[in-house]
Ligand binder design. Structure first.
Ligand SMILES: [Zn+2]
Length: 288
């Protein structure tokens, strides 16, 4: 297995040995299982530059995703056996109106060279309601939304948008880190956001949190364990892990409420960081 990265997120070129999945159906969700090794290229799903034409932009949908998708579309297993916590992994792929391409250039033609960030959320509804919303066709852009991945109260991982694509997890938003303010504008009608370089993960809200209150009873240990398991596989460093509340510029987002950061980082720091989840893509026709 060889991994080779350029500094530019969206032009990552690499070859990796990974697994072909076998797909099984369980309780309405689809579970993907690895069975054999093959070589697979980085997904050729990058967009070059967003359109500046509002009418065209407003009718654009994300590229189709094979359904059910192989596990390798979401995660490229580097080892056959994990010790310790091993979550169940499912997929419930969003409707094409609820995600888009990651772009190499922003709407003004500036190169996007952001490294990935993780943005943590909570659902403020049940997992099933959230999944149903993401799977529904939304023709109004104000209703188009998605996360990449959702973690249910019992710690199950549900993949919704593959990491090579741009989930609509945060509207008006900015990430402030070591490199200053980072946000990318991809739509002529909407403000810049972190979506172009973000991997959005949402925790299912507990029953006593389905409201606008400022706090609730918190997340389950299974959710923290699965979150640490998942985030460790993105290779994203701790200083680029953030929350919707922290990146939000609208002043209306406070999720994930009642999140125990200390517990999360304690669990996360016990895992080796791998690059099984690649938050990036390549331009069709380029090498990868
Ligand atoms: Zn959120």
């Amino acid at each position: 297995m060889k991994l080779k990265f350029t500094p530019v997120l969206l032009l990552i070129m690499f070859v990796v040995a990974l697994a072909v999945p076998m797909v099984l159906s369980t309780g309405g969700l689809v579970v993907a299982e690895e069975v054999a090794n093959v070589n697979l290229e980085l997904q050729p799903t990058c967009g070059v530059r967003p359109t500046t034409n509002v009418a065209v932009a407003s009718t654009q949908v994300g590229p189709p995703i094979e359904q059910p998708a192989p596990l390798t579309r979401f995660r490229r297993p580097l080892t056959q056996n994990y010790s310790g916590h091993t979550p169940q992994e499912y997929q419930a792929i969003a409707n094409q109106t609820n995600y888009g391409q990651r772009f190499v250039y922003d709407i003004n033609g500036q190169l996007n060279n952001n490294q990935p960030i993780i943005v943590l959320h909570e659902t403020v509804t049940t997992s099933q309601n959230a999944i149903n919303f993401f799977r529904t066709r939304h023709t109004s852009e104000d209703n188009q939304a998605s996360y990449h991945t959702l973690i249910t109260l019992n710690g199950d991982i549900v993949y919704i948008v593959p990491p090579d694509l741009r989930a609509f997890g945060a509207g008006n938003s900015v990430f402030v880190g070591r490199r200053g303010e980072e946000a990318v504008r991809t739509h002529p009608k909407y403000p810049a956001s972190v979506n172009n370089f973000a991997y959005h993960v949402s925790l299912e809200t507990p029953a006593d949190g389905m409201n606008n209150g400022s706090s609730h009873s918190g997340y389950t240990m299974a959710q923290y364990q699965s979150l640490a398991w998942l985030v460790s596989r993105t290779g994203v460093p701790n200083d680029r892990i953030t929350t919707h509340q922290a990146v939000d510029r609208s002043g209306h987002r406070s999720d994930p409420r009642s999140f125990n950061s200390q517990l999360f980082y304690q669990l996360l720091n016990n895992y080796p960081r791998t690059q099984e989840i690649i938050i990036g893509c390549r331009v069709p026709g380029s090498q990868g």
